[in-house]
Design a protein around this ligand. Structure first.
Ligand code: MN
Length: 446
């Protein structure tokens, strides 16, 4: 397989079955909510305050589930038993380039109606009985006073439907991994000779073909101590005098689907930090391999803490058994975020913290940042992203706390200049062995 073009890995013949599944899930959801039809608005960019510039446009993810055509001011009218209608905004506008023309592999499944005004086409929908509307364009509330605007129960059912990815979506997510890996490899290569975070970001964008606004989230490219800031997105222009470590957490997008991959590198051939990277990589691989249908993701998260605590003990950082570290909350000082989250059209994809009926599924006590508490199902795609960090704000209370004498502070102080470690892959749940989409992409590129 060529890694040069991630789109070449896509099987376009899978799209019609995806659309059919969306329609059948919608039909169930509408019936349950005693609704007849759904209009989904694609969204519109927001005008900056007192300015004539717009914020970057982000498509309504509910809209993006149906079609790869992600232009603003468009709409989908969906009604069971009828061909979906796509109101395709094609302005008469010599200031801006026209949105791309629909391609037949998806457009043949819609009735396309070109519209030239961003709002007038909404007047087509005169009958608002049994109509639900999903979108955040302010015009929707004005135009549809008698429709159900963003009804929570319907949204929830569609969110739950989105947690199980169709083969089409799985292909897009795999392709998004191939695309991101091109960037990760370029950054890994540029890191060792000494490159600023900003220049690493440029190398990433060039290799993935993304613009700065095109990546699914703001890349985290953190050298040395910056890696201890979990969401470091400042991109320093200077190269540190002494280069020690790099955490790169960067994704890519294909037809709206995101990848979310993190790797950690060090300039040290050997030593405690290099050993810790190996240790985190090993436990991350173990956790990603344990992803199975039926597993409670909360158990995987707690297992990650067990494994991190065992690593801290093995490396001589904390002289306590893993179980005792967890009880004392010590592992959370080194791993202060959740093990991972659902991934799809949104990087932190929907419905991770509720059951099928919409009831919240609580996080384990003492783990307030976990973003996924469901039992896993075949078709789920999620991240596995354990880490070990040296964050002074979290270490300070331990220095004076009751377990201080069990912690090797001189070793920690020698590791702090490296910031931390995170390793993250995107994993597809199947009925059998999981598929690690990120490691597959790295292997294909090797
Ligand atoms: Mn992530």
């Amino acid at each position: 397989m060529s890694n040069n073009d991630p789109i070449s890995t896509i099987d376009f013949s899978l799209y019609p079955a995806h659309l059919q599944r969306c329609l059948s899930r919608l039909e169930q959801a509408l019936e349950a909510q005693r609704l007849d039809r759904l209009l989904i608005h694609s969204g519109e960019p927001a005008l900056c305050f007192l300015d004539d510039r717009y914020s970057p446009y982000v498509v309504n993810p509910q809209y993006a589930w149906w079609t790869p055509h992600h232009a603003p001011h468009c709409g989908l009218l969906l009604e069971p038993g009828r061909q979906p209608v796509l109101y395709n905004y094609q302005p008469v506008d010599y200031w801006h380039a026209a949105p791309p023309r629909p391609e037949s592999w998806w457009a043949d499944h819609f009735e396309l109606r070109d519209v030239t005004d961003p709002n007038d086409w909404l007047d087509d929908l005169t009958d608002q009985s049994g109509l639900a509307v999903i979108g955040d364009a302010p015009v929707l509330a004005q135009k549809f006073p008698n429709a159900a605007l963003n009804p929570g129960a319907l949204l929830h059912q569609l969110h739950v439907a989105r947690t199980v990815k169709t083969p089409w979506e799985q292909g897009c997510l795999a392709a998004a991994n191939h695309r991101a890996v091109r960037g990760h490899l370029a950054v890994a290569e540029a890191f060792v000779p000494g490159t600023s975070e900003f220049e690493l970001q440029l190398a990433y964008l060039r290799a993935t073909g993304h613009s700065d606004n095109g990546t699914p989230y703001s890349n985290i490219i953190a050298l040395n101590e910056h890696a201890a800031v979990l969401h470091f997105t400042e991109l320093s222009r200077s190269v540190p005098l002494e280069l020690r470590s790099l955490v790169i957490d960067a994704g890519a997008e294909v037809f709206g689907y995101a990848s979310d991959i993190t790797r950690t590198y060090t300039t040290q051939q050997a030593g405690p930090f290099a050993d810790l990277i190996k240790g985190v990589d090993g436990l991350q691989t173990e956790l990603a391999g344990a992803v199975r249908a039926g597993v409670d993701y909360r158990d995987l998260h707690l297992q990650a803490h067990q494994l991190v605590a065992a690593l801290l003990q093995a490396q001589g950082i904390v002289d306590m058994e893993p179980e005792a570290q967890l009880e004392a909350g010590l592992s959370s000082a080194f791993l202060p975020h959740g093990l991972g989250h659902y991934l799809g059209l949104q990087v932190h994809d929907v419905a991770g913290l509720v059951d099928d009926d919409g009831e919240p599924i609580p996080r384990p006590d003492g783990h307030p940042y976990l973003r996924l508490t469901r039992h896993l199902e075949a078709g789920n795609v999620l991240t596995i992203e354990p880490g070990v960090y040296f964050i002074e704000q979290l270490l300070a209370p331990l220095r004076s706390g009751p377990y201080s004498q069990h912690i090797n502070w001189s070793l920690i102080d020698s590791l702090k200049p490296y910031g931390g470690i995170r390793i993250e892959d995107d994993v597809l749940v199947t009925d059998d062995q999981p598929r690690n989409l990120s490691r597959e992409a790295f292997a294909a590129a090797a």
